[in-house]
Write a protein that binds this ligand. Structure first.
Ligand SMILES: Cc1cc2nc3c(=O)[nH]c(=O)nc-3n(C[C@H](O)[C@H](O)[C@H](O)COP(=O)(O)OP(=O)(O)OC[C@H]3O[C@@H](n4cnc5c(N)ncnc54)[C@H](O)[C@@H]3O)c2cc1C
Length: 537
């Protein structure tokens, strides 16, 4: 059966044509459904792809349904394009700031925005092969292009066919939330779904929302030459992170020239002759700025609409998405969910990890809990902000007392040499023990450094063990070991210190030599007596 709906990704250059050819081939023929599937997967983002490939690899008969672009947000409008653009922006920043290393760039630094975006499209199209419909077919997965919808407790309809299943996975992800700001819809705005189609640099860009997406793209566009203003309603960027981590980022943003509008709420947008006027309130004051483009990054809404969830007996709500238990099972025991559609942690690696759990639980009666996962995450700003486990406030809420060890990067040789001293490694342990409860790292490559702490947490290794791990010198990751050393120093209680002092003071005398001498004499004397006794007998 032919799949008819042609999908266009702008600009329609050779890279985007390759992308579409891979992840939504225009002439794709859906398989003809027959028999019952072990697993039907709705949505082919990370969660869907991992579920489908894993199950098929284990011998299951699997159907994978995608209505738009296989690869979902991550490949098409999320991680992949954003990290491509961020890399280009980092290059621009490094060239512009090379003077501090004694490297003089004579003349202006020109950023070719169109070329930076083209590079991103080129890399995205290359990576898209991994997620291609053809590749999944070759893995033994029946790939259906079209909108999937439950028609009963064990049936799904797609492109005029009905698929029967023993188990199903809902992996339909999430989408950008629009804000009910007066005039916004009329003025027009960008989201992550459209921003990567740009080929011309917006000269003045307002980013609404200072979360990970807003912060990453604000810095990237600023470095690529846009004049960026970022709106955040609360009093710091990255609301989920500790304020000391956000403060470092804010200092970096302000130094670079990004306009930081904290505690600022846009009220109305007007289309004016030279752009879009944003009227906003900040600290009780009415203000306005005029920009060329507005990018919204204010959160994600789960894609629950049009799925026939009521017919399938699956509970959901519009905020949390599909409701699952610890085992990722929905109210319909045949149906599971994975990824952004059901998780509060909306990341590619959590989509991947939960899909793996679903395979075990849905197909092999596994009892793996997603709530037992140790989940790290990173915001890819410069410096990066990475976190795993609990924040101090979480521990407080749960009545757990913590000891916190903080190693500032300005005390780490490699960070000094790299000129990347803004940041820290902060580790929380359960008070009186070395059990790691959580950590935050702010550093140039915090996303790489956090893995050591995640590994320790997953492996049940305490902070004491990290102090014994030899880190090559000089690396910024030494900060992790140094934080562990700080923990070790706390084990030197006044009593232990006193005992050590006494021991060492004895070492300064000939006490130990005399003791050894007495011991040897005593041993000789004993042997002599034993010998004499033996001779007498
Ligand atoms: C700008 C941006 C940057 C990001 N950067 C990172 C990052 O650096 N690291 C990270 O870990 N995460 C990042 N994320 C988050 C990451 O992209 C998501 O967490 C991840 O894509 C979730 O995967 P998923 O499979 O759950 O959902 P999705 O990727 O959203 O996939 C769901 C799929 O289901 C399809 N679908 C929906 N309804 C139906 C239906 N009825 N029938 C058929 N198909 C349907 C959709 O078309 C979509 O393809 C970023 C997100 C954004 C927006």
């Amino acid at each position: 059966m032919n799949h008819k709906r042609a999908i266009r990704v702008m600009p329609e250059d050779t890279y985007n044509q390759t992308l579409v050819g891979n992840v939504h081939p225009p002439l794709w023929k859906n398989p003809v459904a027959s028999g019952r599937y072990n697993l039907v997967v709705i949505g082919a983002g990370t969660a869907g792809l991992v579920s489908a490939a894993g199950a098929a690899g284990l011998g299951a008969k699997v159907a994978l349904i995608e209505k738009h672009l296989i690869g979902g947000d991550c490949l098409n409008v999320g991680c992949v394009p954003s990290k491509g653009v961020i890399r280009a922006s980092r290059a621009a920043h490094e060239v512009r700031t090379a003077g501090r290393f004694g490297v003089q760039i004579n003349g202006d630094v020109e950023v070719d925005f169109a070329a930076a975006m083209e590079r991103m499209r080129k890399l995205r199209s290359r990576i898209s092969f991994h997620d291609s419909a053809e590749r999944f077919r070759s893995l033994g997965v029946d790939v259906y292009l079209g909108e999937g919808r439950f028609t009963g407790v064990d049936t799904v309809e797609v492109a005029d066919q009905t698929l029967q299943f023993s188990r199903a996975v809902i992996a339909t992800g999430a989408r950008a939330i629009a804000l009910p700001i007066e005039g916004l819809a009329d003025a027009g705005y960008l989201t992550n779904e459209t921003v990567f189609t740009l080929t011309e640099r917006p000269q003045r860009l307002a980013v609404i929302g200072g979360g990970p997406l807003g912060s990453e793209l604000s810095q990237a566009f600023h470095r690529l030459g846009s004049k960026v203003s970022i709106f955040e309603m609360s009093d710091h960027l990255l609301g989920r992170e500790d304020s000391d981590a956000a403060a470092i980022l804010q200092t970096a943003f302000s130094r670079e020239g990004i306009e930081l509008l904290l505690r600022a709420a846009p009220k109305r947008i007007e289309t004016v002759e030279d752009g879009k006027r944003i009227l906003f309130e900040q600290n009780g004051e009415e203000r306005s700025i005029v920009v060329d483009e507005i990018l919204l990054g204010v959160g994600r809404a789960p894609n629950v609409e049009g799925l026939g969830l009521d017919l399938a007996g699956v509970d959901y709500d519009n905020k949390s998405g599909v409701l699952v238990d610890d085992y990722l099972q929905t109210a319909n025991q045949r149906i599971y969910a994975a990824g952004d559609i059901c998780l509060p942690y909306k990341f590619t690696h959590t989509a991947d990890a939960t899909a793996r759990i679903v395979i075990q639980n849905a197909l092999f009666h596994g009892r793996k809990k997603w709530t037992s996962l140790t989940i790290p995450w990173t915001t890819y700003t410069d410096p990066e902000v990475a976190h795993v486990g609990m924040y101090e406030r979480d521990a407080k809420e749960q009545g757990i007392e913590v000891d916190t060890f903080i190693r500032p990067l300005e005390e780490v040789d490699r960070a000094i040499l790299d000129g990347e001293e803004e940041g820290f490694v902060k580790v929380h342990v359960k008070r009186g023990t070395d059990k790691i409860l959580g950590a935050t790292i702010v550093a140039s490559h915090a996303g790489e450094m956090i893995n050591e702490i995640s590994l320790a947490m997953v492996g049940g290794l305490g902070l004491k063990t990290l102090a014994n791990v030899i880190h090559p010198y000089p690396t910024q990751a030494e900060a992790v070991r140094q934080a562990a050393d700080m923990y070790n120093r706390t084990r030197l209680t006044p009593f232990v210190r006193k005992a050590f002092r006494f021991w060492l003071s004895l070492a300064r005398t000939d006490f130990w030599d005399r003791l050894r001498h007495y011991k040897e004499n005593a041993r000789d004397e004993l042997q002599r007596i034993l010998c004499a006794l033996r001779n007498e007998r």
